[in-house]
Design a protein around this ligand. Sequence first.
Ligand code: GDP
Ligand code: MG
Length: 436
Amino acid sequence: SLSSKIDKALKTLKGQGKITEINVASTVKEIRKALIDADVNYKVAKSVTDSIREKALGREVLIAVSPGQLLVKIVSEELTELMGGTKEDINTKGDPAVILIAGLQGSGKTTFSAKLASFLKKQNKNVLLAACDIYRPAAIDQLKVLGEQVGVEVYSEPENKNAVQIAKNAIEHAKKNNKKIVIVDTAGRLAIDEQMMKEIEEVKASVKPSETLFVVDSMTGQDAVNTAKTFNERLNFDGVVLTKLDGDTRGGAALSIRAVVDKPIKFISTGEKMEALDLFYPDRMAQRILGMGDVISLVERAQQVFDEEEAKKLNQKIRKNQFSFDDFLAQIQQIKKMGSIKDLVGMIPGMNKMMKDIDIDDNAFKPIEAIIRAMTLEERENPDIINGSRRKRIADGSGTTIQQVNNLIKQFSDMRKLMKNMNKMGKKGMPNMNAF
Ligand code: GDP
Ligand code: MG
């Protein structure tokens, strides 16, 4: 599944149980593959992933802090954007407003028409359903049964074989009966067919709908995109209804259709029952396409385990006033692995203020590291024993000055005091100490 593929892609972001660096290129490739497998059009998948790569690379530092989460966020944002960003409503202005429903046979037009009628009725709109599928005798009965279920009147003329006339008559009927919205359910074919296209074009021209909705079965994959394209060329529809998203969902169709015809998806249908209708929210669909619920929790768990273990160890040491130069060195290594120090410090709440007077560049830790490495293990654990002659030895061994060594030892002992005090104040006082 797409979810497990992205899952796999994201797993490559996690090194040996730690989230450190990210191989953006191979991950982006995996994501592209997964999108294509989910029926996203190749060109669309390529443009999405190109854009994702660009954004990911530009945010290298952030990625290092929490690569998986950030990448998921970037991918999800990109997909959301591609599907139109925010949700779009349907236009129900008119007296009466006419909503024309078009699409292939079996796509779910009749089912959706009744669902939409019910949806609008709940908004206190006075709705009429018009049965304009003149080809299948059962079609009128189907709409009547559904109309009855949702308590909406169905207009039909079983003997009439002219869809345009029936639609017009339905609108007249609506005017006389104070119906504010007419939903016109039309006939479809199993495949694109000239006669069907002509008929629906004529219906559209004569009833002048405020909203033309194209209904498409999300299970039909790439075909859905081609059908959408053809219908849009002939009808210039206003929005898309994606049906059968309850099955083995091929959410990729949503992405491709939006990208190829540039019309918003307005509703999704998720079952045969009348309640199974939802407005389309691009961000939710992005999550669905990515199977992100799983991915996010996976990444968060990994992140949490790492942070918690580190933090626990460190807190114990601090509590016992055992924070050593070695711990300090380990923290520096950790920070260095995460990317540019300046950006990193800027991201840690509180840290920014604490270090605002210090000019930080990525070489700032070099002499500090050198000095610590020149210390013996005993000295690292017990800084108090570092007397004058030891300081001279350390300065010589690290290629620094005694002044620099003194400064570091002073800063370190100040830091230990600070930590001890914060520790007394309780955990709240040191939320980010695990980052240092
Ligand atoms: P039409 O030919 O376009 O009018 O399609 P119908 O509304 O008659 O639907 C065709 C079949 O698909 C029917 O059996 C519906 O019950 C079913 N159907 C419609 N929408 C959905 C959906 O969202 N999910 C599922 N599982 N079935 C649906
Ligand atoms: Mg039908």
